[in-house]
Design a protein around this ligand. Structure first.
Ligand code: ADP
Ligand code: MG
Length: 237
């Protein structure tokens, strides 16, 4: 991606999109959490990202600093399980962005995020938590960049698809971590709230990246322009 200023501008745009989306989905996330938890996930995430906007407002400087502030704001504002898991993982992973936002550093960020999440929460894949959305997203993003040579934008789109499948995968699972595990088999048939909020955040990151990276693709395009000799479409010179 382009220079630091543009990266930070894109980060602010992403945070606004995420905060707006979580405000819109507040009731939905709370409904999911009322089925298998204590009906606070929508309020938690909404309050958390409103605080994120307040704490990051007007911040310039380094992308890693902005992202670290995001994590700290979530930790300070959101209690329960999700606050420390989201916030702590973002804070730790933010170090990977010290060199700015690139394909390589975002892969490192994603891996560090997942590692910290599992370290802190102790959940493995298949326990009906946000790990079930984050794991396929991170693995898909990394593989898309490192093995399939996709652009960060294409890789992120694949990661969002993978997260969506992860969210659907939580539905038939019996929760064995977090508050939902208290319900035992009665948690079966319900979608995990934390996996769902993870998907919403990734979707908004993709939305923002599409806006910002499209511009880059145009600016950095090295492939020759193929002359359009089709009928009717050619613009007058
Ligand atoms: P609380 O459960 O404290 O009320 P929230 O309702 O905000 O917190 O968040 C619930 C979500 O947190 C769950 O849907 C699940 O995705 C996630 N979660 C809970 N415990 C864990 C854990 N140990 N590891 C990973 N995610 C977890
Ligand atoms: Mg809850």
């Amino acid at each position: 991606m382009a220079d630091t200023d543009v990266q930070v501008e894109a980060l602010h745009a992403a945070l606004e999109n995420i905060a707006e989306r979580l405000a819109e989905e507040k009731t939905y996330l709370t409904d999911l959490d009322s089925a298998i938890g204590d009906a606070d996930h929508g309020a938690n995430m909404n309050r958390g990202f409103q605080t994120v906007l307040e704490k990051t407002e007007g911040m310039d400087g380094e992308p890693a600093e902005v992202v670290k502030t995001v994590g700290m704001a979530i930790v300070s504002e959101v209690g329960g399980a999700a606050g420390p898991l989201y916030g702590g993982s973002i804070m730790t992973a933010s170090q990977e962005l010290d060199e700015g936002i690139t394909a390589e550093t975002t892969v490192a960020f994603a891996e560090a995020y997942l590692e910290k999440l599992q370290d802190r929460g102790g959940a493995q894949l298949g326990q009906k938590t946000m790990v079930d959305a984050v794991t396929p997203a991170v693995h898909t993003y990394k593989k898309s960049i490192e093995e399939d040579d996709l652009s960060p934008l294409e890789a992120l789109a694949k990661a969002v698809d993978a997260a969506e499948r992860g969210v659907n995968y939580t539905v038939p699972l019996r929760a064995t971590k977090g508050r939902a595990s208290y319900l035992g088999w009665r948690s079966v048939g319900h979608q995990d709230p934390g996996a769902t909020s993870t998907l919403f955040i990734l979707q908004e990151l993709l939305e923002t990246a599409t806006e910002y990276l499209d511009g880059d693709v145009e600016r950095d395009a090295t492939s020759p322009t193929v002359p359009d000799d089709g009928a009717g479409e050619t613009e007058d010179a």
